[in-house]
Design a binder for this molecule. Structure first.
Ligand code: NAD
Length: 277
C-alpha cells in the first residue's frame, strides 16, 4: 500500500472529507487543525457522512473513524495533504514546517484550488516531492482528483500520487501548474459571471441556477455551488486568477466580496446566496 500514514492538515469541509476517504482506504490518518474544536467538528461531520454511506453498504463508521487520530501539531507521516484556508502565506508556512517534520522521502501535497504549487515547493528543500492533489467537494462523493505537477515535481512523485488517487477509488487527471489549474480556471469565472448577472438584476438567484441546471444539465446551479464551495474561497480563487493571469476580467464580483465582508460565506455559515436555516 502506498503512503500508509497520511497527515491531513485542515479539518474543514475538504480536509475532513479527505481524511474520511483516506481512512476508508485502510490507511492511518493524523488530522490536525489550528482552530480549537475544528477536528472534533470534522469528526462529527465524517460520522454523519459515513453513517449515510453505511446504509448503502459502505464501511462501518467506527472502523473508519478508529483510523483517524487527532494531533495537536504536524507529525511525521509518509504523505502530507494540506487543506487549510486558501491563503498562500498560511500554506507556505505549513510547507516550511512540514519539510522540517516529515521524513525526507515523504511527499508534500496541497489541496489548493488555485495557489501555484511552485510557491509551496519553494518553501521546502524537496521541490521534487511537492505536488497538487486537488479533491472535489463533497470528497466522499465526487470522483475527480486533479493532480498538479509543478516545475520540479518528479515523475516518481506524480506517478505515486496518481496511483494513490486510484487506490482511493478516484479518477486522476493531470494538469500543469497554471493559476486555477484546469478546474477553477473554467469553473470560477462561470460562478463569478453568475454573481454579476445577479448583481446587475439579469435574474433572481433561483432563476440563474435553474437555467444552469436545466439548460446546461449541471447538477447544481453556480450560485448554489458557490455557497457549497464557500464564498471566501471563491473570492480567494478569483484573486489568484486575476493576479496570476494579469487580467482584470477575473476580478471578483463586488456582490461576492460584499457577502464575504458580511460573514455570509455560504453553507458553512448558514447563509450565502441562499439561506440554510
Ligand atoms: P474550510 O474553511 O472549510 O477549512 C479550512 C480549515 O483550515 C479550517 O478548519 C481552519 O481552522 C484550518 N486552518 C486555517 N489555518 C490553519 C493552519 N495554519 N493550520 C492548520 N489548520 C488551519 O475550507 P475548505 O473549503 O475545506 O478549503 C480548504 C482548502 O481546500 C482550500 O485551499 C480550498 O481552496 C481547497 N478546496 C476547496 C474546495 C471547496 O469546494 N470548498 C474544493 C477543492 C479545494
Amino acid at each position: 500500500m502506498l503512503f500508509e500514514h497520511v497527515l491531513v492538515v485542515g479539518a474543514g469541509q475538504m480536509g475532513g472529507g479527505i481524511a474520511q476517504v483516506v481512512a476508508g482506504s485502510g490507511r492511518r490518518v493524523f488530522l490536525h487543525d489550528a482552530e480549537p474544536g475544528a477536528v472534533e467538528r470534522g469528526l462529527e461531520t465524517m460520522r454523519k457522512s459515513l453513517t449515510k454511506l453505511a446504509e448503502k453498504g459502505g464501511a462501518d463508521p467506527d472502523d473508519v473513524l478508529a483510523r483517524i487520530e487527532p494531533v495537536g501539531d504536524l507529525v511525521p507521516a509518509d504523505l502530507l495533504v494540506e487543506a487549510v484556508i486558501e491563503d498562500a502565506d498560511v500554506k507556505q508556512e505549513i510547507f516550511r514546517r512540514a519539510d522540517a517534520v516529515l521524513p525526507p522521502e515523504a511527499v508534500l501535497a496541497s489541496n489548493t484550488s488555485s495557489i501555484p504549487i511552485v510557491s509551496l515547493a519553494a518553501a521546502t528543500q524537496r521541490p521534487d516531492k511537492v505536488i497538487g492533489m486537488h479533491f472535489f467537494n463533497p470528497v466522499p462523493v465526487l470522483q475527480l482528483v486533479e493532480v498538479i505537477r509543478a516545475r520540479d515535481t518528479s515523475d516518481e512523485t506524480a506517478a505515486a500520487i496518481t496511483e494513490l488517487a486510484r487506490e482511493l477509488g478516484k479518477t486522476p487527471a493531470v494538469a500543469n501548474d497554471f493559476p486555477g489549474f484546469v478546474s477553477n480556471r473554467i469553473l470560477m469565472p462561470f460562478i463569478n459571471e453568475a454573481v454579476w448577472a445577479l448583481e446587475e438584476g439579469v435574474a433572481e438567484a433561483e432563476a440563474i441556477d435553474t437555467i444552469a441546471r436545466l439548460g446546461f444539465a449541471h447538477p447544481m446551479g453556480p450560485l448554489a455551488l458557490a455557497d457549497l464551495i464557500g464564498l471566501d474561497t471563491c473570492v480567494a480563487i478569483m484573486e489568484v486568477l486575476q493576479e496570476g493571469l494579469g487580467d482584470d476580467r477575473y476580478a471578483p464580483a463586488s456582490l461576492l466580496r460584499e457577502h464575504v465582508e458580511a460573514g455570509r460565506l455560504g453553507r458553512k455559515t448558514g447563509r450565502g446566496f441562499y439561506n440554510y436555516g
